[in-house]
Design a protein around this ligand. Structure first.
Ligand SMILES: [Zn+2]
Length: 295
């Protein structure tokens, strides 16, 4: 039996190519710049933040609303404080749990599998940590919120490298990004220094934007990185526009609540690619062994 015809998109990623040396060089250059900026942020962050008037308060934020929290929507629903910002974490946790549940049924290249697992585990942790933090926002809870994001972020960066540079460079990317992001997530609480966290976030976004412009390479499973970064960028914009969105919608929903939902939708391209890969593998197995498919 012949295998079903592949779409042009799938056909492109079905043809493995060795990592382009220029892509590896660009990745090394990015890593060097990121580490340099991160060390500068670690060393000079508090001084720079003070000079720019961006020093953090004990809540880990610059600005608090009259109700004492850094988020505009503090309404209580059925006894649940800050209900909208707590409940809107559910899609994040569900996306992570769904991804972790489907992953064992999908055959992926080794590093892509590890990065995907990290990404989904991070989403689940972010959903739970963020819900806990928003229930009673304080600086310690914010560390748990950011730790989940750090794990998700490391998975996303490693996936972008696996898709556009290769499996080999994706492995150190995962561990280096995980270490840097986890340490950066704790620094605002430990040293009052949020700058390394900002460097990791915006530096990571820059890497994914660059990856979008590269061609898929060996082992790529067809994750639409453009969609992933677009949802993430929208989430950041909604986060910045927390109060403006709340007032624009007639105090119906805040920017931060929508941020959680947009961030959960950033998981969709990864879920779609892993599910499509699982289906393609099953089709090939059925084509190779029709009797097993009917059993
Ligand atoms: Zn939040």
């Amino acid at each position: 039996m012949r295998l079903p015809a592949l779409s042009p998109h799938r056909a492109r990623r079905a043809t493995p190519r060795a990592p382009a040396p220029s892509a590896e060089t660009a990745l090394l250059a990015w890593a060097f710049c990121l580490l340099t900026l991160w060390l500068v942020a670690l060393w000079a962050g508090p001084v720079l933040l003070d000079a720019l008037g961006m020093a953090l308060n004990p809540h880990g934020h610059r600005h608090l609303h009259a109700h004492g929290h850094p988020f505009v929507d503090a309404r209580t629903l059925l006894g649940l404080p800050n209900a909208m910002d707590v409940l809107s974490n559910l899609p994040l946790a569900l996306a992570g749990a769904w991804g972790l549940w489907t992953l064992p049924r999908v055959s992926l290249p080794e590093v892509t599998h590890r990065a995907t697992q990290t990404f989904f585990a991070g989403l689940l942790l972010t959903g739970l940590g963020s819900a806990w933090y928003h229930w009673a926002p304080d600086a310690a809870g914010l560390v748990w919120d950011r730790l989940g994001m750090a794990v998700t972020f490391a998975g996303a960066l490693s996936l972008a490298v696996a898709e556009r540079v290769g499996q080999g460079p994706a492995r150190p990317t995962l561990w280096v990004a995980l270490g840097l992001a986890v340490v950066s997530a704790a620094l605002p609480q430990l040293l009052g220094n949020v700058l390394p966290w900002a460097v990791v976030q915006f530096g990571g976004m820059a890497l994914i934007v660059w990856a979008v412009l590269q061609r898929p390479t060996a082992g790529a499973i067809g994750i639409r990185l453009g969609a992933l970064i677009a949802w993430y960028a929208l989430a950041k914009a909604l986060e910045l526009g927390d109060e403006a969105v709340f007032h624009t919608t007639g105090d119906l929903v805040s920017g931060h609540t929508l941020k959680h939902i947009a961030a959960a939708l950033a998981a969709w391209p990864v879920l779609a690619a892993t599910n499509a890969t699982g289906k393609a593998v099953r089709l090939r197995q059925n084509a190779a062994d029709p009797g097993a498919a009917r059993a």
